[in-house]
Design a protein around this ligand. Sequence first.
Ligand SMILES: NC(=O)c1ccc[n+]([C@@H]2O[C@H](COP(=O)([O-])OP(=O)(O)OC[C@H]3O[C@@H](n4cnc5c(N)ncnc54)[C@H](O)[C@@H]3O)[C@@H](O)[C@H]2O)c1
Length: 293
Amino acid sequence: MIKKVSVIGAGTMGNGIAHVFAQNNFEVNLIDVNAPQLEKAIQTISKNLDRQIAKGTISENVKKQSLANISTFTSIKEGAQDADIVVEAASENIDLKLKIFKEIDEAAPVSTILASNTSSISITKIAAVTKRAEKVIGMHFMNPVPVMKLVEVVKTIATDPAVYEEMVAFGAKLGKTPVRAQDSTGFIVNRLLVPYLLDAIRALEEGVGSIEDIDNSMKLGCGHPMGPLTLLDFVGLDTTYYISQIMFDEFKERRFAAPPLLKRMVLAGWNGRKSGRGFYDYADPQNPKAMKF
Ligand SMILES: NC(=O)c1ccc[n+]([C@@H]2O[C@H](COP(=O)([O-])OP(=O)(O)OC[C@H]3O[C@@H](n4cnc5c(N)ncnc54)[C@H](O)[C@@H]3O)[C@@H](O)[C@H]2O)c1
């Protein structure tokens, strides 16, 4: 029976994944190399639980219990040693993920299922650095994790079908709708979403429209909940840049290539909402102002 889950990486996705597990009564070990990031993650989870209380979807007691379910660690060795499942949500970088999976494989019990929340890195490649490829899957949650209903559950040719079915059922137990995807770069969601987001940046580069007009076009013209440039700031420009490089490397198609402006913004450290600046300036987070380039 699954009782304890280790989540590696306490950034945008890691804090949301830890939140959802903790709220569903699992014990969570949240691990990040960066100790201040762990503190920030707990604050974010607390704030997001407060939002749920304000909406009337959970009680104060659920908040208290959820926070009590989470312990924080800066070492994988300590934080993964007693996990039934490990979900990795560290930065989207192949070398980093391969190093982390070797470490998890050594630290976690042999029965532990290992999942990656990667958006674009091959699960087969990740599984190959472990001694348990049959227990390695993709579990791709959507941002913000406590709100979004989807989880893509990804299997490789080496995944044990019983492990896969257990994880599809586990996704449903978390209150998510699991969809089944093969280990093809970008899976289903990013295969469709990434070219759209990159095209929005190309439209801006080519002067087709302003930041606000591109966003309003897709919001008001197509009924999207937010425009593509706002969504890019939310996802993280560094994360999108890494994803596009991996997808371009796989498919060699222009639609997956990073536009120069995206690269320049990442070089400048303008990574979107999490760094205070992207296509919008978040000095006043309630009232973002479009950047002028
Ligand atoms: N941002 C999104 O919208 C989104 C959506 C779905 C999936 N993802 C995927 O989730 C993963 C995480 O993305 P994110 O947006 O949360 O990134 P992020 O930059 O917000 O957070 C990454 C975290 O990983 C930590 N980290 C780096 N090296 C580590 C290590 N060796 N051990 C432990 N922690 C380490 C960093 O300190 C940071 O806190 C990526 O694989 C990304 O592709 C992102």
